[in-house]
Design a protein around this ligand. Structure first.
Ligand SMILES: Nc1nc2c(c(=O)[nH]1)N[C@H]1C(S)=C(S)[C@@H](COP(=O)(O)OP(=O)(O)OC[C@H]3O[C@@H](n4cnc5c(=O)[nH]c(N)nc54)[C@H](O)[C@@H]3O)O[C@H]1N2
Ligand SMILES: Nc1nc2c(c(=O)[nH]1)N[C@H]1C(S)=C(S)[C@@H](COP(=O)(O)OP(=O)(O)OC[C@H]3O[C@@H](n4cnc5c(=O)[nH]c(N)nc54)[C@H](O)[C@@H]3O)O[C@H]1N2
Ligand code: SF4
Ligand SMILES: [Mo]
Length: 732
C-alpha cells in the first residue's frame, strides 16, 4: 500500500476532486483533450484516486504537495501537511499546477527552425536528429571559439545543476542564471556585511520594516504566512513602497517612499540609533567591525535628510528607528528578495544589513538567522582540462564584485554583442525566459541574432524559445524524477525534497537530465553523466541516514538543528571575522566601504519612474498563459496616479503609449491612487512575441521591451528601476 494511504482523504475531499475533474473536462476545453482518460461525471461513481507526493514547481518556493491521480490523470493538487516550510499550504498558483500539465500549448516534440529567427516556422524532427544537431553545433563552436564560446543559462529548477555540470565538463566558464536578474544585490550586501545571506525569523518578530518587498503578493514561504501570524500576535509592520500593494494595505503603516531613496531612510535610522545610543553596545563591541567609522558616516544623514530625499516626515523616520530599537532583537529590517532595482542596490541593501547589525537583530528569535545546513552532499564533476580555452568568464572584468557562478546576464549580453573580450556563439537555455525577464528586449533579440546556434529547453513556446534554432520539449515537474534539493528559510526549514513522477511524461517530452546525457554521449563526455537520478540522489543523501525512507514516507525530510545562537563562539565569514559595518575589501578595491547615499536620477516633470512588481496570481513570465490563472489576470495595464493622468488627459481604461530610451509599449491605463504621482507600474510577462502562447497572444504590453538595462555597480545584477518613461494618450 502506498505510504500516502495514511494521509486521510475525507468524503468531502473526494467529492471536491471529482467535481474539479468534471469542471476541467466541461470547462474551457483546457483539459478536454484528455477527456477519454477521465472519469465521466455523469457515469458510474468516479474511481478513487491515488495520492502521490510531489513538490510544486509553479515558483521557486518548492512547496510540498500531494497530487491526486485518477485513471492516470492529475485531478487535483493538495498541500502536504507535513511540509512545515509552507505551513502546510499551497497557494493559488500551486493549485493551478494541474493546468500546466494539461496545457494544450505544451511543446510536444523537438522543433528545428525552418525560417527566419522569430518567424515561427518550424520543422518537427526526431530526438536523435535533435541531439545530433545540437551536439554537432556545440562541437563546432568549441572548435572555432574554444569551449567558453558556448554560453549556458538555466532558471530555477531541481535539474539546473546538471546544466552547470554539463558546462563544466564541456569546458565553458560562461554560465548565467535568473539570479543576476533577481537577488544578487541582496546577497552581495549581506555576504559583505554578515558573511552570509541570512533568513528572517518573521514568525517571532515584533516589528518588521519592509522596504522594496511585497510579501503578501510576492509569496515567499514561510515568510508570507508567518508575517500574517506574527501580526495577529501584535507584530507591527511598516511598509515602504511607492505602490499601495496588498502588503501595504495590510500594514500598520505605509509610506509611499520616493523610489531609489531607501538608503537615505536606512542611514537616517542608523543615525538616530547611534545618536540616541539605542544600539546593543555589547553586540557592537564583540561582533562588529567599523562602528566608529559608521558613526562618523551616518552623522551626515539626520532624519531631515531622509525626509528631503524619501518624502517621509523626519518625525516618522525617527519614531520608526526608536520603535525598531525598542523591539530589538526581535525586530528587523526585512532583507527582501528581488533587488534587481538600482545601480547602487548592493549598497542600498547594505543599509538594511547595517541597521539590523546595530540592533543585534541576529541569531536570536525574531531577528535575522544564519542559514542552516541541510546536510546534502555535493556530487562534484571531474572536468577534463582544456588547453585551448579562455582564461575566465566573459563578464569577469565588468563588475568588481561579480558572483563567480552566476555572473551578470546584462554584462554577458553586452559582451556577446561586442564580441569582447572573446566571441561567444552558442547558447543553451533551460527553463528561463530572458526575452521577457531580462531588461531591454531588443538587445536580447540582437544577442539571439549574434549566435550561431541557440537551443532552448522549455515546456511551452516561450518568447525565448520562439527566437531559438532548436526547441526541445521538457516534461513538467509532475512528470519527472528530480534530484534532491535543500531548502532554507527561517526557523521552520532546512529540509530536503525530491521529485518522482506523478504521471508519465506528456507527448515526446524529455527531461533536461536525459538531454544533457544525450549531448554528453555525443561529445565524448558520457563518463560525467554515467549515473541515474536515483543513484545521484543516493550520493546526495549519503550523510543523512534514513532520509530516503523519510522522504518516501512524508514527502519531505527535515534536518533538525540548532536555530538560534549558532554564532556563539563562531567567527563571521568576512575579512575581519566580524560583521563588517565598514567593509575592508571594498576599501581595498577603491569602493565605498560604507554605503554612501547617491540620489536617484531626477524624474523630470512629465516623466515617470517605471517599477516592476509581483502579483499573487502570476509567477514571473511563466503563468500568464495558464488557463486557470489567466482568467484572473488576463492582461496588464499601466498604474498611473490621477493627478498626472488628468494633466495628460488620460482616463481610466484608455490606451496609452509608454516609452523609454529602450523601447515602447501600448496598453490600457489604470488610473489609481495606489501609486505615487512620479511612478508608474505594469505587470510583467505580457506583450509576448511567441505565436505559441495562445491565450495571451496580443494582450497587454511587454515591460521587458521598455526597461533599460542598467546594472548594479558592484555585482552586475540588473537594475530595472532606473528606467524613466513618458506616458501619452494613444491617439486613435
Ligand atoms: N505570486 C508570486 N510570488 C512570487 C513570485 C512571483 O512571480 N509571483 N516570484 C518569486 C521571486 S523569484 C521573487 S525574487 C520574489 C520577489 O519578492 P519581492 O522582492 O518582495 O517582490 P517584488 O514584487 O519584486 O517587490 C518589490 C516591491 O518594491 C516596490 N518598489 C519599487 N521601487 C522601490 C523603491 O525604490 N523602494 C521601495 N521601498 N520599494 C520599491 C515595488 O513597487 C514592489 O512592490 O517573489 C517570489 N514570489
Ligand atoms: N520584467 C521583469 N523581469 C524580471 C522580473 C519581473 O518581475 N519582471 N523578475 C526577475 C526575477 S526576481 C526573476 S527570479 C527572474 C525569473 O526569470 P525566469 O527564470 O526567466 O523565469 P520565468 O519568467 O518564470 O520563466 C521560466 C521559463 O521556464 C519555463 N518552464 C516552466 N516550467 C518548466 C519546466 O518544468 N521545464 C522547463 N524546461 N521549462 C519550464 C516557462 O515556460 C518559462 O519560459 O526574472 C527577473 N526579471
Ligand atoms: S508559493 Fe505557491 S507557486 Fe510557489 S511553490 Fe508554493 S504553492 Fe507553489
Ligand atoms: Mo526572483
Amino acid at each position: 500500500m502506498s505510504p500516502l494511504a495514511e494521509v486521510k482523504t475525507t468524503r468531502r475531499g473526494l467529492f471536491k476532486a471529482a467535481a474539479m475533474a468534471a469542471v476541467g473536462a466541461a470547462g474551457s476545453g483546457l483539459l478536454g483533450g484528455l477527456a477519454p482518460a477521465r472519469a465521466d461525471a455523469k457515469g458510474p461513481a468516479a474511481p478513487p484516486f491515488e495520492s502521490k507526493f510531489s513538490v510544486c514547481d509553479m515558483c521557486f518556493n518548492r512547496c510540498g504537495m500531494i497530487a491526486r491521480v485518477q485513471n492516470g490523470v492529475v485531478v487535483k493538487l493538495d498541500p502536504n501537511p507535513k511540509f512545515t516550510k509552507s505551513r502546510g499550504m499551497l497557494c493559488a498558483r500551486g493549485n493551478a499546477g494541474v493546468a500546466q500539465v494539461y496545457d494544450p500549448d505544451r511543446l510536444r516534440y523537438p522543433l528545428l527552425r525552418d525560417g527566419g529567427r522569430g518567424e515561427g516556422k518550424w520543422k518537427r524532427i526526431s530526438w536523435d536528429e535533435a541531439l545530433d544537431i545540437a551536439a554537432e553545433k556545440m562541437r563546432q563552436v568549441r572548435e572555432k571559439y574554444t569551449p567558453s564560446g558556448q554560453l549556458f543559462t538555466a532558471g530555477a529548477d531541481m535539474q539546473s545543476e546538471f546544466v552547470s555540470r554539463f558546462a563544466e565538463v564541456f569546458g565553458s566558464f560562461n554560465v548565467t542564471s535568473h539570479e543576476s536578474l533577481c537577488l544578487l544585490s541582496l546577497n552581495r550586501a549581506f555576504l559583505d556585511t554578515f558573511g552570509e545571506a541570512p533568513y528572517a525569523d518573521v514568525i517571532n518578530s515584533k516589528y518588521v520594516v519592509m522596504a522594496g518587498a511585497n510579501r503578501f503578493e510576492a509569496l515567499v514561504t514561510p515568510d508570507s504566512i508567518d508575517l500574517m501570524d506574527a501580526m495577529q500576535r501584535g507584530c507591527k509592520l511598516v511598509v515602504l513602497d511607492p505602490r499601495h500593494t496588498k502588503t501595504a494595505a495590510l500594514a500598520n503603516e505605509w509610506h509611499a517612499i520616493r523610489p531609489g531613496t531607501d538608503l537615505a531612510f536606512m542611514l537616517a535610522v542608523a543615525h538616530v540609533i547611534i545618536a540616541e545610543k539605542l544600539y546593543d553596545p555589547a553586540f557592537i563591541t564583540e561582533k562588529t567591525f567599523g562602528f566608529d567609522e559608521l558613526a562618523a558616516h551616518v552623522a551626515k544623514y539626520p532624519p531631515a535628510f531622509a525626509e528631503a530625499q524619501c518624502g517621509i516626515p523626519a518625525a516618522d523616520v525617527a519614531r520608526i528607528a526608536r520603535e525598531l530599537a525598542a523591539a530589538a532583537p526581535a525586530s528587523m529590517v526585512y532583507p527582501g528578495r528581488r533587488s534587481s532595482d538600482y545601480v547602487n542596490s548592493s549598497q542600498i541593501r547594505r543599509g538594511y544589513a547595517i541597521v539590523n547589525a546595530l540592533l543585534g537583530n541576529w541569531d536570536k528569535p525574531g531577528g535575522l538567522l544564519a542559514a542552516r545546513q541541510v546536510g546534502l552532499t555535493p556530487v562534484p564533476a571531474d572536468p577534463p582540462w582544456y588547453d585551448d580555452n579562455q582564461e575566465d568568464r566573459l563578464d569577469a572584468e565588468m563588475s568588481p564584485m561579480l558572483f563567480e557562478h552566476d555572473g551578470s546576464f546584462v554584462h554577458t549580453r553586452d559582451a556577446v554583442l561586442s564580441g569582447e573580450p572573446y566571441p561567444v556563439k552558442g547558447w543553451f537555455i533551460f527553463k528561463t525566459n530572458p526575452m521577457q525577464t531580462a531588461p531591454n528586449r531588443k538587445k536580447t533579440i540582437k544577442m539571439m541574432e549574434a549566435m550561431d546556434f541557440v537551443t532552448v529547453v522549455d515546456i511551452t513556446m516561450s518568447d525565448t524559445a520562439w527566437y531559438a534554432d532548436l526547441v526541445l520539449p521538457a516534461p513538467s515537474a509532475l512528470e519527472r524524477t528530480d534530484p534532491c534539493a535543500g531548502l532554507q528559510g527561517s526557523s521552520a526549514c532546512a529540509c530536503v525534497v525530491k521529485r518522482d513522477p506523478v504521471v508519465g511524461a506528456m507527448y515526446e517530452s524529455r527531461p533536461l537530465f536525459e538531454i544533457v546525457k544525450g549531448l554528453a554521449a555525443r561529445l565524448d563526455l558520457a563518463e560525467h553523466f554515467a549515473f541515474t537520478i536515483p543513484e545521484y540522489r543516493a550520493k546526495q543523501l549519503a550523510k543523512l541516514e534514513g532520509a530516503e525512507a523519510i522522504l518516501d514516507r512524508d514527502g519531505v525530510y527535515y534536518n533538525p538543528g540548532q536555530v538560534y545562537g549558532v554564532y556563539e563562539g563562531r567567527i563571521f565569514k568576512t575579512k575581519s571575522h566580524k560583521i563588517e559595518l565598514y567593509n575592508q575589501r571594498y576599501a581595498e578595491l577603491g569602493l565605498d566601504p560604507l554605503p554612501v547615499y547617491t540620489p536617484p536620477s531626477t524624474v523630470a516633470e512629465g516623466s515617470f519612474r517605471l517599477v516592476i512588481g509581483r502579483n499573487a496570481l502570476v509567477t514571473q513570465t511563466s503563468t500568464q498563459n495558464n488557463a486557470l490563472l489567466g482568467r484572473f489576470v488576463p492582461d496588464n495595464s499601466l498604474w498611473i496616479h490621477p493627478d498626472p493622468a488628468a494633466k495628460l488627459g488620460i482616463r481610466d481604461g484608455e490606451r496609452v503609449v509608454v516609452e523609454s530610451k529602450a523601447g515602447k509599449g501600448e496598453l490600457a491605463a489604470q488610473v489609481t491612487r495606489k501609486i505615487r504621482p512620479d511612478t508608474v507600474y505594469m505587470l510583467s510577462g505580457f506583450g509576448t512575441l511567441s505565436g505559441g502562447l495562445s491565450r495571451i497572444k496580443g494582450k497587454g504590453a511587454s515591460i521587458a521591451e521598455i526597461l533599460e538595462d542598467a546594472a548594479d555597480a558592484l555585482c552586475g545584477n540588473a537594475a530595472m528601476h532606473e528606467t524613466l518613461v513618458t506616458v501619452k494618450r494613444k491617439v486613435a
